[in-house]
Unconditional design. Structure first.
Length: 368
């Protein structure tokens, strides 16, 4: 069985350490006792730190001390002279100090390695947490709609006489929202993996109309009027219908949330779509709620940043990642009087294809 590169490297360093120690001993025996060749055992100690554990380094140090004594005893000259003895003691002190430095450096290296492993584990846990929050946030919308439609269906069935036609229509909405939840899960999984985005030729006006239909109950409950100005000659874009629905639905529901505390007459939602020259399409979602502060504008698209007591702070992060994957841009501005405006720009035609090739294989990006 072939040896790994790490095993070969370790064996090489062990062989080199033994060879250096042998050469040092030979030089020590052949040189005069007053010459301190034994200090070169410091090299042997430092080399042992690379391949031995702490116990092994100590053993190597003791061996170097023994070899120093052997070299001193067999070296020519006055081995009991003051100079020879002082030099040997200095050599032993140098080897001992080298051992101390080597063991301290090894301990620091091990501590650093443990810290990196803990950091990597914490990063994996954080990534799992972000993914869980992402799925929870996006699935919450269709599940809430399913619960609403189910309660409505029960009321139609409890009526006297039961209104079967309305109940049947509501059950159909439940099936539609359940399929939408399944599609959302598949798209989020594709975002996290390096899966290419599904590309269909889309009219964003149709996507906007579908989103307003999905959010109709929320808009009615909160008494929000909708004004839409959709360009009749809107350029088609290339993208994933479900993902773009999620982006626009998130913007609409955020607008609803922002206007809940506004006066009834000021709860207006404006959605426009226009061609941005010949290269892109611009969709604008404007609300007249409490607006955005400078701090909000700076951190709005960061993961887990939210102003809602029960919010996760993942919706806009995911939305921007989706738009980036389509080669577009998503940003927010503060209105002059009150409220906020979100802008989504997507490329069209050949521009869309080129931009998509750059962002299609990128995984979900979460700014923390």
């Amino acid at each position: 069985m072939p040896l790994s590169a790490a095993v070969k490297s370790r064996r090489f360093y062990i062989a080199m350490t033994v060879a250096v120690a042998f050469v040092n001993l030979t030089l020590d025996i052949w040189t005069d006792a007053d010459i301190n060749v034994g200090v070169l055992y410091v090299i042997v100690v430092f080399m042992s730190v690379r391949v031995c554990d702490a116990r092994g380094v100590v053993i190597v140090t003791l061996c170097c001390a023994v070899l120093t004594g052997i070299g001193w005893y067999f070296s020519p000259g006055k081995i009991w002279g003051t100079t020879a003895i002082v030099n040997r003691l200095l050599g032993l002190l140098a080897v001992g100090f080298a051992t101390f430095l080597g063991l301290r450096d090894r301990a620091a290296h091990i501590a650093l390695q443990v810290a990196w492993e803990q950091l990597a584990r914490a990063n994996r846990i954080a990534t799992v947490g972000e993914l869980t929050a992402s799925i929870g946030h996006e699935i919450k919308q269709p599940i809430t709609a399913i619960i609403t439609h189910a309660n409505t269906s029960l009321r139609w069935l409890d009526a006297q006489p039961p209104n079967l036609d309305e109940a049947k229509q509501t059950l159909g909405m439940i099936v539609r929202d359940a399929r939408r939840a399944s599609n959302v899960t598949d798209r989020i999984r594709a975002l996290v993996k390096k899966s290419p985005i599904r590309r269909d030729s889309l009219n964003l006006n149709d996507v906007i109309t579908e989103v307003l239909l999905f959010s109709r109950s929320e808009l009615q409950v909160n008494r929000i009027s909708v004004e839409s100005q959709l360009a009749s000659d809107l350029w088609p874009v290339s993208g994933d219908r479900v993902q773009l629905q999620q982006v626009l639905l998130n913007l609409v529901l955020n607008a609803v949330e922002a206007m809940r505390e506004s006066d009834a007459g000021q709860r207006q939602l404006a959605i426009t779509s226009t061609n941005d020259g010949s290269t892109g399409v611009l969709v604008v979602v404007q609300d007249f709620g409490k607006g955005l502060s400078a701090d909000d504008l700076a951190h709005l698209f960061n993961a887990f940043y939210t102003r809602k007591p029960e919010g996760m702070g993942m919706g806009l992060t995911i939305s921007r990642s989706i738009v980036d994957g389509h080669g577009g841009r998503l940003w927010a501005t503060q209105n002059e009087r009150r409220g906020a405006t979100f802008h989504m720009w997507l490329p069209v035609g050949s521009t869309a294809s080129a931009a998509a090739d750059q962002g299609a294989a990128q995984p979900l990006k979460l700014n923390v």
